[in-house]
Design a protein around this ligand. Structure first.
Ligand code: FES
Ligand code: FES
Length: 153
């Protein structure tokens, strides 16, 4: 069964007729075409699908789109500023915080959520803030360095 979903995605108010059981990640990727959000494990384990819902990181593979009605969802596509990488995205690039890249959009969005609530996190706070996100390539050190670089005034 379909219902009208009213939702704000990356600052744009939308109304879409979508199935009541469609996952947020499938709504973002398949209905809207925002394919920056990645599907990793499809089971709430890896964090590759992380987006911000009302400013807080959330695994979009575990959320129904309809449950986000009225919310503001932000995806990796929202971070670029006038077609330029954000400070956080640039830091991931410069510090080599991305290798294969499958975890990167979710990792960046988790870090974005962390930095909004805590602009100067300690290394432990960064590790805790990214604790729901798995990376199989980098060993995490470069990712932590990237977040630290982005947090530096
Ligand atoms: S794809 Fe959502 S947690 Fe892995
Ligand atoms: S860069 Fe490959 S999984 Fe993180």
């Amino acid at each position: 069964m379909k219902s009208i979903l009213t939702i704000t995605v990356n600052d744009a108010l939308r109304q879409d007729a979508v199935a009541d059981n469609i996952l947020l990640i499938d709504y973002l990727r398949d209905v809207i075409g925002l394919t920056g959000t990645k599907m990793g494990c499809d089971g709430g384990e890896c964090g590759a699908c992380t987006v911000l819902v009302d400013g807080k990181p959330r695994h979009s593979c575990l959320s129904l789109a309809q449950a986000c009605g009225g919310a503001h969802v932000e995806t990796i596509e929202a971070l670029a500023e006038q077609s330029r990488l954000s400070k956080l995205q640039s830091a991931f690039h410069e510090k080599l915080g991305a290798q294969c890249g499958i975890c990167t959009p979710g990792m960046v969005m988790a870090a974005e959520g962390l930095l909004r609530g805590n602009p100067a996190p300690s290394e432990d706070e960064i590790r805790e803030g990214l604790g729901a996100n798995i990376c199989r390539c980098t060993g995490y050190v470069k990712i932590i360095e990237a977040v630290q670089a982005a947090a530096t005034p």
